[in-house]
Design a protein around this ligand. Structure first.
Ligand SMILES: [Zn+2]
Length: 201
């Protein structure tokens, strides 16, 4: 378990595939360690707990590889979407943009991947969890046209230059590349269409 640092304040613990555990994002401010997702395995929880300082957890969404360690991680409080907080039995619901002290910005991010995805933006970086991923319907990876439109609008409004995408390597993707890819997909919609195939060919 080794933390990777993108800046002196923004870092992450890389995801693992087997067992499946999502990337754990970290923002280190003067007063608080902001932990974005907590992974699912005891060694990941131990790596988070070994960091000195008060911690606040932000859950990107309710999938077990992202929030499985919630009961094992020591934190002051946690934030999540309404559905995630319901599953977790507590927490602070993020239902609109939240601009928190020290420059941390939490925001809902519509996504077909999961109900109630939440992003966290800080200092030129935006943690997006799994929100950019499609869903599989009838054996095909698809995006929902209207959710994709809403997601694009929110992503374009972010100031971050780098988007941090869970399970992806590189973890940090330039915003222009991500937006261009999603715009290309969105442009392929036809009137009345609900789902867009995720494949670009
Ligand atoms: Zn997920």
């Amino acid at each position: 378990m080794k933390w990777e640092w993108l800046t002196g304040q923004v870092g992450y613990l890389p995801a693992t595939e087997s067992p499946l555990s999502a990337d754990v994002g970290l923002v280190r401010t003067d007063e608080m360690l902001w932990v974005y997702d907590v992974g699912s395995t005891p060694d990941v929880a131990a790596a988070v707990n070994a960091l000195p300082g008060k911690k606040t957890v932000v859950l990107s969404h309710f999938h077990p590889d992202h929030m499985g360690n919630l009961g094992r991680v020591e934190c002051e409080t946690f934030y999540g979407g309404a559905f995630t907080c319901k599953k977790a039995g507590g927490g602070i619901v993020v239902s609109q943009d939240l601009f928190l002290p020290e420059g941390v910005h939490l925001f809902p991010l519509p996504s077909i991947h999961a109900k109630g995805c939440i992003g966290m933006e800080y200092g030129g970086y935006a943690f997006l969890g799994d929100a950019l991923y499609p869903a599989v319907k009838a054996g095909q990876a698809v995006y929902n046209v209207s959710l994709l439109a809403q997601q694009l609008q929110i992503l374009k409004g972010l100031r971050a230059e780098w988007f941090l995408v869970s399970h992806s390597r590189p973890f940090a993707q330039h915003r222009d590349a991500v937006l261009a890819r999603l715009e290309t997909l969105y442009a392929r919609r036809v009137p009345g269409q609900t789902y867009l195939p995720a494949e670009m060919n």
